[in-house]
Design a protein around this ligand. Structure first.
Ligand code: ATP
Length: 475
């Protein structure tokens, strides 16, 4: 492929960044090739801007290498790097006109006047602002101001342009027009564009490759088609486009069970009877008669979306989203079928969840029928259960025993929400505390990348008394 033959222009190797003791980039590595349009995509707070700022030289990583053109350039100040940045807030000089804004960097370089004029005119033509030279920038529309900012970044002829949500302030229509224009500008100038956004549609529209980030790590790098059609895990599938993400069991190679039904698929190598996540895009489900369907369900919601109908179909406890050019009436029973190729199988985000605590009873009160144990530096009290002090216990908390508490309440404070994935029935939420990850179920939407108090319902827990520690036994 053409992509792979191009020279790598920027490499990040094993980059680690911490702010205020908190890990922001957790050993990320990334190669960017010349003339590529690469988009860093991910939810708010995942580390996109920090990654861009490391390339720009505004943030220095705690460890890892920043390599430009094969040379390690850690510590090199921004103005000495072959890059220029376009920010969301265009940071134009309000008192200067369009020409002087674009010419600013060239004047600093003390280029001859006629050369500055030639370069600025050429760049204004590229961004479709020919004839706007004398206009005050404050009298331009948002889209025009953004084009001035892009011209200003391009005019000094850097190899790499960094763009941090540059279309964020524009309204939807203008934003869509500018996406196409930006891609055209990148093609015509043959520069490397590294673009940051949290808008998946924008990323798919413009990019040669997309880097999907989550919580300080890179989840997947690929062409827009790759990440849409072959997401590596439920996070990517959920973040890119609409998807039915279901719990399934890989029975054997090319055989999957979902919603109590066995289906043929094309994936191999997951092992036998392995719990997996299964992705089926709404447009890949065909509506059939109930007799012909692999799955059968009842239409609960029907919305006309212009090109297709969107149907929500209840299949047992699960809700399945279907996009189809034909519709079925609300309340009708329909069949659904999917060709094996369109069933994507993925490893679970959290293969072995750790809602199991091995601990020792730190205090107990038989008359009150309670006991306590220490968990990650806090004392957790368990009502309606008694074990004598010193008893070693294994406490198993099924996902349904976990809930998010109100402010200040909760057995554990400040637990980080790493991902929220709707599985047709509940949200499956992965949480991270100081020492472990937790899996919980919820019917409400929660905001990823926030900190919440976590509560345990010990009525749903299992307690198993473990053998005493060898030392205690001997004593
Ligand atoms: P957004 O889309 O909201 O801009 P992002 O993915 O670009 O998010 P970053 O701006 O890279 O995320 O920030 C990642 C995390 O690092 C956030 O939690 C942010 O609060 C924190 N952070 C960023 N810069 C600093 C800083 N200079 N000091 C302390 N924390 C910071």
């Amino acid at each position: 492929m053409e992509q792979t033959s191009k020279k790598v222009i920027v490499s990040l190797k094993d980059i680690f960044v911490r702010f205020d003791g908190e890990v922001i980039l957790n050993h990320i590595s990334l190669d960017i090739r010349e003339k590529e349009f690469v988009t860093i995509l991910g939810p708010s707070g995942c580390g996109k801007t920090t990654t861009l700022r490391i390339i720009g030289g505004f943030v220095e990583p705690e460890s890892g290498d920043v390599i430009f053109d094969g040379e390690r350039i850690n510590g090199l100040p921004p103005h000495k790097r072959n890059v220029n940045t376009v920010f969301q807030k265009y940071s134009l000089f309000p008192h200067l006109n369009v020409f002087d804004n674009v010419a600013f960097g060239l004047k600093l370089k003390k280029l001859p006047k006629d050369e500055i004029k030639r370069k600025v005119s050429k760049m204004l033509a590229v961004v479709d602002l020919k004839g706007y030279e004398k206009r005050p920038v404050q009298k331009l529309s948002g889209g025009q101001q953004q084009r001035v900012a892009i011209a200003r970044a391009l005019v000094c002829d850097p190899d790499i342009i960094l763009l941090d949500e540059p279309l964020g302030a524009l309204d939807l229509k203008l934003r869509k027009d500018m996406q196409i224009e930006l891609k055209d500008i990148q093609k015509s100038t043959q520069k490397t564009f590294i673009y940051v956004t949290h808008d998946q549609e924008e990323a798919l529209t413009m990019s040669d490759r997309v880097v999907v980030m989550n919580n300080g790590v890179i989840e997947q790098i690929g062409t827009p088609e790759d990440i849409y059609n072959e997401p590596v895990n439920a996070f990517v599938a959920d973040f890119i486009g609409e998807a039915n993400i279901l719990n399934g069991t890989m029975i054997d190679d090319c055989r999957i069970r979902i919603l109590g039904t066995e289906l043929e698929c094309v994936d191999k190598g997951f092992g036998r009877n392995t719990p997996v996540d299964v992705v089926i895009r709404p447009e890949d489900i065909m509506i059939t008669s109930p007799e012909e369907g692999q799955l059968v369900g009842v239409v609960e919601k029907l919305t006309f979306k212009g090109v297709h109908y969107e149907m929500s179909i209840r299949c047992g406890k699960c809700e399945i989203l279907v996009h189809s050019t034909s519709s079925a009436a609300i309340g009708s029973t329909v069949g659904m079928s999917v060709v094996p190729f369109n069933i994507q199988i993925m490893n679970k985000l959290l293969p072995f969840y750790d809602n199991i605590i091995e601990t020792e009873v730190s205090s107990s009160d038989e008359s009150a029928n309670t006991f306590s144990f220490e968990l990650e530096g806090v004392t957790v009290e368990v009502p309606n259960h008694y074990f004598p002090e010193g008893t070693r216990l294994r406490v198993t908390l099924p996902p349904e025993a976990l809930s998010l508490a109100g402010d200040g309440d909760g057995d554990l404070q400040d637990v980080f929400i790493e991902s929220v994935i709707y599985k047709g029935e509940h949200n499956e939420i992965i949480l991270e505390s100081d020492e472990r990850k937790w899996l919980m179920l919820s019917d409400t939407d929660e905001q990823v990348a926030t900190y919440v108090p976590l509560n345990f319902d010990f009525e749903k827990a299992e307690f198993e008394v473990l053998d005493p520690e060898p030392a205690a036994r001997e004593g």
